[in-house]
Write a protein that binds this ligand. Structure first.
Ligand code: MG
Length: 383
């Protein structure tokens, strides 16, 4: 969408706060289209196809990966953005980039790496996504990282600890001053939630670890299930469950658009900076749908994420991260040569925290199967 077609409080390409390394504006694209394209061309983006959400990559070909998750987030966010005349290119760029910093093995991997880094500066996946686009991608001759706009980087950094916020200057200030990001950033964040709650229900059903009967104990799910059964008598199996999920996404997105539009109308912001200075977010659900999302999330936590089968995978995944981290820290020569050099540099300048950051970057960048292969290769090396 061109700037002239956008709402006054949307992020406008011509009014971007710019890039860390100044560049001429693109000829045929907006600034945010350029950001999106850089994300799509990045190595970290391609790796998302072999990184998992809940199930480990080799468990089946049909489960969500971080790549398909990111695409689903982008689809949902774009729908809402277009309906609200927000910047669709920007929400797409943020959605596609938001998980670039994720470790192998989903949240389990992140927790394990955070544990390894506890005394060494910590590990936050959100911050890591920013590190990837600011520093770690090596694709351009003129600068490190992808050199994205402020607005895309603002959207990627959904949350971060106070300690890290202080180190991030302007980008981190909102976490210290309790201000908001622009509406596109708020939207990508909520679209992420809608996407994972619903696709995890789908993957959970597909895996057989949760059932329709269990899900029907959630009033929000039961309501959609009853509607589908009444509208399509006799429909069963995957067509039934997927129609229910489709409908859940539809009603959540509709509520989000209507409530957010009302919030915006009431606040009457005249610019993206007016949005940033508000006390709370404007992209929001109505109270019953906040509750629906909460119960869905809680159901998944109790019945899927902590299911004994998932826990077993989680434990193995965490063990792999710990073994890799310890092996690399014990002997930098277990790392590829360029990383080993960087780890030695880090050790020299900042001590073990400096070396550990290089190791964490390397481990976080791994795909599930590369992490497993590397663990095997290291075990052979030791023998
Ligand atoms: Mg996500």
């Amino acid at each position: 969408m061109r700037d002239a077609e956008l709402a006054p409080y949307a992020a406008h390409s011509a009014a971007t706060r710019g890039r860390l390394f100044p560049e001429d504006p693109p000829l045929y694209r907006t600034e945010f289209q350029r950001d999106r394209d850089r994300v799509v061309h990045s190595t970290a983006f391609r790796r998302l196809v072999y990184k998992t959400q809940v199930f480990v990559n080799h468990e089946g070909d049909l489960y969500r990966t971080r790549l398909t998750h990111s695409l689903e987030v982008a689809q949902i966010a774009r729908t809402v953005a277009r309906a609200m005349r927000l910047n669709e290119d920007l929400v797409e760029a943020v959605s596609l980039a938001h998980d670039l910093g994720h470790t192998p093995f989903g949240h389990a991997g992140q927790d394990a790496l955070n544990e390894c880094m506890r005394e060494l500066g910590g590990f936050e996946h959100n911050l890591q996504s920013l590190r990837v686009v600011d520093l770690l991608e090596e694709s351009y001759a003129a600068f490190r990282g992808l050199n994205l706009t402020y607005e895309t980087r603002e959207g990627i950094l959904k949350h971060c600890s106070v300690r890290h916020a202080r180190e991030l200057g302007e980008l981190g200030a909102r976490f210290l001053e309790r201000r908001q990001p622009g509406l596109e950033a708020q939207l990508a964040n909520v679209a992420d939630e809608i996407a994972y709650n619903n696709h995890d229900v789908d993957d959970g059903l597909r895996s057989g670890l949760i059932s329709l009967e269990q899900l029907a104990t959630i009033p929000f799910f039961a309501e959609q299930l009853a509607w589908v059964k009444a509208s399509f008598p006799g429909v069963a199996g995957q067509r039934l469950s997927r129609e229910v999920i489709r409908r859940m996404i539809d009603v959540l997105v509709s509520d989000l658009i209507e409530v957010s539009a009302r919030n915006v109308a009431a606040a009457a912001p005249q610019s993206i900076d007016a949005i940033r200075n508000l006390a709370g977010p404007l992209i929001a659900f109505s109270a019953p749908f906040v509750e629906a999302q909460r119960t869905l999330k809680e159901f998944l936590r109790v019945h899927l994420y902590t299911h004994p089968h998932v826990r077993k995978m989680t434990a193995q995944a965490q063990e792999t991260i710990r073994v890799l981290f310890a092996a690399f820290m014990a002997d930098f020569d277990c790392l590829p040569a360029d990383h080993a050099d960087r780890a030695r540099d880090g050790q020299r300048t900042e001590g073990s925290a400096g070396a550990a950051r290089v190791v964490a970057d390397y481990v976080a960048g791994m795909t599930d199967r590369f992490a497993l292969q590397t663990r095997e290769a290291l075990a052979e090396r030791v023998q």
